[in-house]
Write a protein that binds this ligand. Structure first.
Ligand code: SF4
Length: 470
């Protein structure tokens, strides 16, 4: 048996000698003056050391904890030996965007949470995945083999992470893939929703260019249901993938919600982060007191974007406590460092305004957690007599999203949806319409980028089976 230093007992216990390291991060005072990414890469020596901390478990829970089933211990072993290109190749084999997921995944809830040394000493999986793939891309590596054309055509609707992941696998297997995107650039929420301080736009553009090199064609500025019908696409293509997201913002349901300067968070994020002008009405937060309502990642993004745009004060009001907040703990910590304030167990009950109809304050009530609801989370309830007023010049609503209902006049309305408008799919991600597949937020509701990537890959497998059937 060949000598394998990583499987000696000595190597397996490296974690006893080496502490977990965090990737280099710019100081808060510096990073709030721009929109560049806040983390940079470890150096090669640190990557080798940190990768060597992997215990090489026989049944690695990190693989199960990653929605893509990334072969983490295998690429850790290669990275520990300095074989970064081989590690990246293996990482790319299970992920359509192995340089993007580590930037945006909440590792503390996924792969790193499942590490046997979690929480304090888990291997820094995300930072190592990002390094090996950036290392490969910088050297023109990280390409996947492309099969000869098989003569079959697939239309992908929506160039977000799920659509790109579906297009990636199908193009590798020789399918002619055309991606239709309503915006003028591919990327979806990667481009228009996630701020550049988490994911620089050049990184998304680079991934789209890799797909172009794989033969994927992008038709941008095309809205399916308006510029082209589903029926036309079904006639022209062997299969269709719907990766159209869930973009109907949940409203704020309390008196005063109609006041001026009470805005949805996503258009604010898109306006401040998109690499192209979107024609949205400008929102100026300079010198303003900004209150963000919600506790998810979009709320964190709104706070941190408002800080970078010069807000005088940024406060997040969330109705549950920190332990029950859905947002990433890493991004919460980053928001705190950058000056955001958090009011947990706080719910808005009314917005107050001035004579000009502009919001001036959020009337709030303190909450306490009661019995668990159907989802198992403890249900918040108002504490009587605990109302208080939070001054606000601008309120951003970040309560999440539902799928946009299909207009009755569109043939998209033939696609079966459930009670809250999400598309119903079978175990192959196929809808009620033969050859029409769907995945990502439009099926599962707002979720993580890595879940959309997983759905896109699973749908590609379903499409391949469907189009290969005798
Ligand atoms: Fe972890 Fe996300 Fe990478 Fe999977 S894709 S290994 S969950 S960072």
């Amino acid at each position: 048996m060949p000598h394998d230093p990583l499987h000696t007992d000595q190597a397996r216990f490296k974690w006893r000698e080496l502490d977990r390291a965090e990737p280099p991060k710019r100081a808060a005072a510096e990073r709030i003056s721009d929109f560049h990414e806040i983390y940079s890469l470890f150096d090669e020596a640190t990557i080798r050391e940190q990768a060597s901390r992997c215990v090489q478990c026989e049944s690695p829970a990190c693989v199960t904890g990653c929605p893509l089933g990334n072969q983490i211990p295998k690429w850790m072993a290669l990275a520990a030996e300095g074989k970064f290109l081989e590690a990246a190749e293996l990482s790319r084999s299970t992920s359509a965007m192995p340089e993007i997921c580590p930037r945006v995944c909440p590792q503390e809830k996924l792969c790193e949470a499942s590490c046997v040394m979690s929480p304090a000493e888990s291997v820094c999986i995300g930072a190592i995945e990002k390094f090996i793939n950036e290392y490969a891309l910088a050297r023109g590596a990280g390409k996947v083999p492309i099969a000869p054309p098989n003569g079959k055509r697939v239309a992908v609707i929506g160039a977000g992470p799920g659509g790109l992941a579906c297009a990636d696998l199908l193009s590798q297997w020789g399918y002619a893939v055309t991606v239709f995107e309503s915006q003028l650039l591919p990327g979806g929420l990667l481009l228009f929703g996630i701020p550049a301080f988490k994911l620089e736009k050049e990184v998304v553009e680079r991934r789209a260019n890799i797909l172009r090199q794989q033969g994927v064609e992008f038709k941008v500025g095309v809205t399916v249901g308006k510029d082209i019908t589903l029926t036309q696409l079904r006639d022209d293509f062997g299969a269709v993938y719907l990766g159209i997201g869930a973009l109907k913002a949940k409203p704020l349901d309390c008196p005063g919600a109609e006041l001026k300067n009470v805005l949805q968070g996503l258009p604010f994020l898109a306006q401040k982060n998109a690499p192209i002008a979107l024609g949205l009405p400008p929102v100026d937060v300079r010198g303003k007191r900004v209150v963000v309502l919600g506790g998810g990642d979009s709320a964190m993004d709104c706070l941190r974007t408002a800080i970078r745009c010069g807000a005088a004060d940024t406060v997040c009001a969330y109705r549950r406590d920190l332990a029950n907040m859905p947002g990433s703990r890493k991004e919460y910590a980053n928001a705190l460092e950058e000056g955001a304030r958090f009011l947990f167990l706080t719910n808005p009950i009314a917005l107050e305004g001035n004579a000009a109809g502009e919001v001036t304050a959020v009337r709030c009530v303190r909450m306490e957690l009661g019995e668990p609801d159907a989802s198992g989370r403890r249900k918040p309830r108002a504490v009587k007599g605990s109302e208080f007023t939070l001054p606000a010049d601008l309120v951003l609503i970040a309560y999440g999203f539902d799928p946009v209902p299909f207009p009755a006049t569109s043939d998209l309305s033939q696609v079966a949806v459930n009670d809250w408008g999400a598309i119903k799919t079978d175990e192959n991600q196929m809808t009620n319409l033969p050859g029409v597949f769907a995945g990502g937020d439009v099926v599962r509701g707002p979720s993580l980028v890595v879940h959309a990537v997983r759905d896109g890959r699973k749908a590609a497998e379903g499409i391949d089976r469907y189009l290969s059937a005798p």
